[in-house]
Design a protein around this ligand. Sequence first.
Ligand SMILES: C[S@@+](CC[C@H](N)C(=O)[O-])C[C@H]1O[C@@H](n2cnc3c(N)ncnc32)[C@H](O)[C@@H]1O
Length: 225
Amino acid sequence: MKLETVVPWGRSFDEYCRMFKLEDEDLQTTILGCADGPASFNAELTARGGQVVSADPIYQFSRKEIEARIAAVYPIVMNELSANQDDFIWDDFIDVESLGLARMRSMQRFLDDYESGIDAGRYLGASLPFLPFEPQQFRLALVSHYLFLYSDKLEETDHIKAVNELCRVAEEVRIYPLVDLQNQSSPHLLPLMSAMSNYGFDCRIEAVDYQFQRNASHMLRIRAR
Ligand SMILES: C[S@@+](CC[C@H](N)C(=O)[O-])C[C@H]1O[C@@H](n2cnc3c(N)ncnc32)[C@H](O)[C@@H]1O
């Protein structure tokens, strides 16, 4: 992966809890955050005593490199958000500026935790569809803003391989959002559910108490039957 191709943009622990309907019981289990990027979920959950490992290809880069990339893309993302405000629901964030501040706070929290997290094995440079974990090493795997969102870049087979790998390493997988970058239901959602169902998994679409991108009001929960 080339860092110049990545647009680092990180969400908070509170947002993860709402996107994935995380209950206290979930937060006390072993969690894999796949494609966590510069989100502060790992830093914040670890500070609360949770057990979480994040896997993302950007963790092959140093703190300095990721920090520089965040600084480079921040104004570009802010301009894009300003130009496309109608694609979002402005309930939790009153305007683009307050959203930008919240994202920067999360990414700073991630950066401050990054080096100690690397030393502790909490941030691992790894890419779907191959994860360096044992079968069922985690109780729960979470994927925020990667699968389905980039449906134009990842094909149906990429989604199926990725989800099979997540189901190999975790008892349960939750994915959010289920829409692509155009706010449309991903064309890969139903084929993926059908394939996973044929492999013996139970797939459920569930409403969540979180929505910023328009139509992004549901997550997918996948468990072995
Ligand atoms: C939009 S960011 C989402 C960050 C975080 N999950 C959040 O919601 O705030 C997408 C992330 O997917 C990661 N990614 C790209 N290719 C990947 C792959 N093959 N396997 C796992 N993660 C990948 C990127 O490095 C990036 O950090």
